[in-house]
Design a binder for this molecule. Structure first.
Ligand SMILES: Nc1ncnc2c1ncn2[C@@H]1O[C@H](COP(=O)(O)OP(=O)(O)OP(=O)(O)O)[C@@H](O)[C@H]1O
Length: 353
């Protein structure tokens, strides 16, 4: 049985719920299907920053594309739902069942997306002004030209870009400016959720820092929720309220940022934590995780991480661990669950004495 790893504190908190989601890449006559996401259960709360981290090929982008309905063939959502709650406490809409027309209603005004490459998202042959006007108009046909101009300029200023950039084509801007312009565009219709897939990977570290600070400031001012996908755990440790760790297409741990930073439970999270020391901590020695991520076509039996895990016991290669509620975290690890059970049994004995 799988559990929902992020039980909301109240139902009103929840903006988006991913339930029992499986995503396949359909094979051809010569190749089998690849299950890139299995049994994903995750909730995004209003106004939080939820990070999703994991090594390359762990299924992060596949999950993000499925939850925003941006996925393209051969990817298909073969099971599960993605429930979006437009208003606090309102019944949700299952985005998996929405057709493209219905999805249009949610794009930009409820959910917007910032991808790794702004160049791939912005139209290279259209000036920024018209791209901003198009998005703003699509959601409010009554906006006149003067209001459109003011709003587009205001949005660019929010990310530190002078309004005269509206006259430019995307290729006339630096990489960092393009990425910030895309973030400004994502804010155009006051969305409740912005989904970001490695939004700072393509820029240098100085620009990366500026962009992250801007995202944090805007998020605090405007109150939108963020789902931030990256392979770089140190980024998330600085900014995320909660972090979900993916391995081999599954979520293996979900906890507050402080727990993932100071007391991660899953051996894989511990390995990632060692490999990516916090950006703000003193420089320490990095220790990579031995071995490589699994081939999703040939996942090891039991826990997919067991061949790389220094704590693995026999059970780990035999039975896949389910996500279990531990004192500070939710993690899929037999060893941690047994330790927690031992502590609980010991406490009961002590109390009975
Ligand atoms: N078009 C495709 N056809 C078949 N398999 C695919 C396709 N795209 C991705 N995959 C497989 O799905 C798995 C998950 O890929 P995904 O891109 O979601 O991982 P990721 O965690 O986002 O990795 P990265 O950090 O490198 O972007 C990988 O094993 C990949 O080979």
């Amino acid at each position: 049985m799988s559990i929902t790893p992020t039980p909301p504190s109240t139902a009103e908190d929840v903006l988006l719920e991913i339930r029992d989601l499986d995503v396949l890449y359909l094979g051809t006559e010569d190749s089998a299907n690849v299950k890139a996401c299995s049994d994903i259960n995750l909730a995004v709360r209003r106004g939080e920053i939820l990070g999703i981290a994991g090594e390359s090929a762990s299924g992060k982008s596949t999950l993000l594309n499925a939850m925003t309905r941006l996925q393209q063939a051969p990817a298909v959502t073969s099971r599960g739902s993605v429930i979006f709650h437009e208003h606090p406490g309102a019944d949700g809409v299952d985005l998996v069942g929405c057709d493209d027309r219905a999805m249009q209603r949610f794009r930009w005004s409820d959910i917007s997306i910032v991808m790794q490459s702004a160049m791939a998202c912005l139209n290279p042959v259209i000036r920024l002004r018209d791209q901003f006007f198009d998005v703003l108009r699509a959601h409010d046909r009554s906006l006149g030209r003067a209001r459109l101009q003011d709003r587009a300029a205001e949005l660019l200023q929010m990310v530190g870009i002078m309004p005269d950039a509206l006259n430019k084509y995307p290729h006339e801007l630096s990489g960092g400016m393009r990425q910030r312009a895309l973030i400004a565009l994502s804010l155009a219709c006051d969305p409740d959720l912005i989904v970001m897939d490695e939004p700072t990977t393509a820029v240098d570290v100085v620009m990366q820092r500026q962009i992250l600070n801007q995202i944090l400031r805007l998020q605090q001012e405007l109150g939108f929720a963020v789902v931030f996908v990256t392979h770089d755990l140190s980024l998330l440790l600085e900014m995320a309220d909660r972090i979900a760790i993916m391995y081999g297409g599954r979520i293996v741990e979900v906890a507050d940022g402080s727990t993932i930073s100071e007391n991660p439970q899953h051996p894989y999270t511990r390995g990632l934590r060692e490999a990516f020391p916090s950006l703000v901590s003193e420089r320490g020695k990095r220790h990579g995780i031995p071995g490589s991520p699994p081939d999703l076509r040939r996942l090891p039996s039991g826990c997919a991480f067991n061949p790389r895990c220094t704590e693995a016991i026999e059970l780990c290669s035999q039975v896949r661990p389910e996500l279990t509620v531990l004192p500070d975290s939710i993690a899929a690890c037999h060893v941690r669950r047994m330790e927690a059970d031992d502590i609980a049994a010991h406490t009961i004995l002590e109390e009975a004495r």
